[in-house]
Design a protein around this ligand. Structure first.
Ligand code: SLL
Length: 210
């Protein structure tokens, strides 16, 4: 029997991921360095990462969301299909970090195609993410109080789990050898700020400016 017929029946392997984007408004320094077209307002990164976050190295809590675990032991390639108005709109990323960056002005849906390593013997999956640039409530807060500085970056992420049912025998050890970093328990109500902050709650942003 060829080895690709050997599957561990009744076994499920689960890997928590996030996909989504960060975005920040272009500063004068960015404009000088990147020389984007004049109508571009934001620089953004779309990514697929492990759900567990990096420990912070002096960054503010929530600045780096996800990405602690290297997923390349089972993900071979992530293809981001961007809006056709963007140069080189099909971005093929063959090694981590599975992400791509651009500047622009508009929000649109991004197709994220995830291809697994050959030994997984699984078909690619396709995810969709609506790029988020504008935190409208924060824009309103700035309009109301022009002394507020440029807001911190947008973090807009979707949690999901990649599940392999009846995995290929030959890859089970690989997964066992790469356990996902456990996610922190949820915070008790009323303690701490939501992480990542949510634009629907401007106070979560403004609190950080003090
Ligand atoms: C729409 N949501 O459906 C809009 C499309 C496209 C945004 C937004 C990049 C432009 C460039 C950019 O921001 N495109 O690189 O010139 O009509």
């Amino acid at each position: 029997m060829p080895s690709n017929d050997l599957r561990q029946r009744g076994v499920q392997i689960v890997r928590p991921i996030i996909y989504g984007n960060t975005a920040r408004m272009l500063t004068a320094a960015d404009k000088a360095e990147l020389k984007p077209p004049p109508d571009h307002t934001h620089r953004w990164t779309v990514a697929l990462r492990s759900a567990a976050s990096q420990p912070t190295n002096g960054e503010n809590e929530g600045d780096i969301v996800g990405g602690k675990d290297d997923l390349s032991y089972f993900i071979k390639r992530v293809t981001f299909k961007l809006h056709d108005s963007i140069p080189n709109p099909t971005r093929v990323i063959d090694k981590p970090p599975f992400e791509t960056t651009a500047t622009g002005w508009g929000e649109f849906e991004i197709q994220i195609r995830v291809a697994f390593t050959q030994d997984c013997n699984e078909k690619p999956i396709t995810l969709f993410h609506m790029l988020k640039l504008h935190a409208w409530q924060v824009v309103k807060a700035i309009q109301d109080d022009p002394h507020l500085p440029i807001p911190p970056p947008i973090q807009c992420w979707q949690y999901d789990e990649i599940v392999f049912t009846d995995p290929q025998d030959s890859v089970v050890n690989n997964f066992v050898n790469h356990p996902p970093t456990p996610l922190p328990p949820p915070m008790p109500a009323g303690i701490g700020r939501p992480i990542p902050w949510h634009p629907a709650w401007p106070k979560s942003v403004i609190g950080r400016w003090k």
